[in-house]
Ligand binder design. Structure first.
Ligand SMILES: [Zn+2]
Length: 336
């Protein structure tokens, strides 16, 4: 039995037809976790869909109305890059409910996984890049609304910058007033990679991503690490380590939302970084270790992963569960 819960539903399947996004990956991960005895059936929890009130803490009433009534314009559907259907809307409401439950479990158990979610390209008023609803933001706003937490941090290691996350959380202070939009200032440069520290909103947002990739417009996160094409394991991990140190100097979150995209992998079809499967697991360990040494709960979502061989994507996502378990076991051993 795992020392934390995995939130999953067959309803996470995205009915989008033939697509570069492997819509079946959530079930493949679920099945592999059981087949390899990384998890047992009692480790899984079934989520409920988020309520419309939960969704409306992040998304505008106009956008939610269009989704519920099927009134997206062709341009809006094109920007989302996945075909609209009422079933798709249900899948995204369910993914958001899953992230809420995973975040609540993280606060109870130290770690909570949503075997789905991580739709970090969704904005308050539109969807983009395979993302309709920003489940992570919905979960954070729900916990803040319920006064369970006051401060959160997102650590986004998907290969694509977390533009929706940055836009949702950078523009407003905790009371909803706009923050002065400070231009990001360069912190330091190493080779071609760079790290910038921008304004911190109600949530401290960290994004490590390939600079030369979607999205073209990258609204500033609290910390953005722009990585050059072909960045490999060692350089990536050094930048992640540095970004985490800097983030914890500027923020004391009560919850970390780790967006554990599998697409920094060298064999990814939509990514241009060069991490190995082993390097990605070391990435996960670095995040979990940094959180646990500070006693901060971590909620995990999966975001992207488009490996030429879908089994590699499944391996990378399953390894994140294994990395969490190993980190917990090591910490427990040190304390016993
Ligand atoms: Zn991605």
């Amino acid at each position: 039995m795992l020392p934390f819960k995995l939130v999953y539903s067959d309803g996470y399947y995205l009915p989008i037809g033939p697509h570069v996004f492997p819509a079946q990956k959530y079930k493949l991960i679920h099945d592999r976790l059981l087949a390899e005895r990384i998890a047992s059936t009692t480790d899984f929890l079934t989520p409920q869909p988020a309520s419309d009130d939960d969704i409306l803490r992040v998304h505008t009433p106009e956008y939610v109305g269009k989704l519920k009534q099927g009134r997206l314009s062709p341009q809006e559907e094109l920007a989302m890059e996945i075909p609209y259907s009422p079933e798709l809307v249900r899948a995204f409401w369910l993914a958001a409910g899953g992230s809420i439950l995973a975040a609540q479990r993280a606060l109870a158990d130290g770690i909570g996984f949503n075997i789905g979610g991580g739709f970090h390209h969704a904005f308050p008023n539109h969807g983009e890049g395979f993302c309709m609803i920003h489940d992570v933001a919905v979960a954070i706003r729900k916990l803040i609304h319920d006064t369970v937490i006051r401060h959160a941090m997102t650590i986004d290691c998907d290969v694509h910058q977390g533009n929706g996350t940055a836009a949702i959380f950078a523009a407003h202070s905790p009371n909803g007033a706009p923050l002065p939009s400070a231009a990001p200032r360069p912190l330091e440069r190493r080779r071609e990679a760079s790290m910038t520290l921008g304004a911190a909103g109600e949530v401290f947002t960290v994004s490590l991503h390939q600079h030369n990739n979607y999205p073209a417009w990258k609204p500033p996160s609290s910390i953005d690490v722009n990585l050059p094409d072909g960045t490999g394991d060692d350089e990536y991990l050094a930048w992640l380590d540095q970004a985490l140190s800097s983030a914890f100097r500027h923020s004391e979150p009560q919850l970390i939302c780790y967006i554990a995209g599998a697409d920094p992998y060298a064999e990814d079809q939509l990514g241009g970084l060069s991490l190995t499967i082993d390097g990605l697991k070391r990435r996960d360990e670095l995040v979990f270790r940094a959180a646990r040494t500070r006693g901060i709960p971590v909620m995990v979502t999966y975001a992207g992963g488009y490996a030429r061989n879908v089994e590699d994507t499944v391996t990378i996502h399953c390894n994140t569960v294994a990395a969490a378990r190993e980190t917990v076991d090591r910490t427990a051993a040190r304390h016993s």
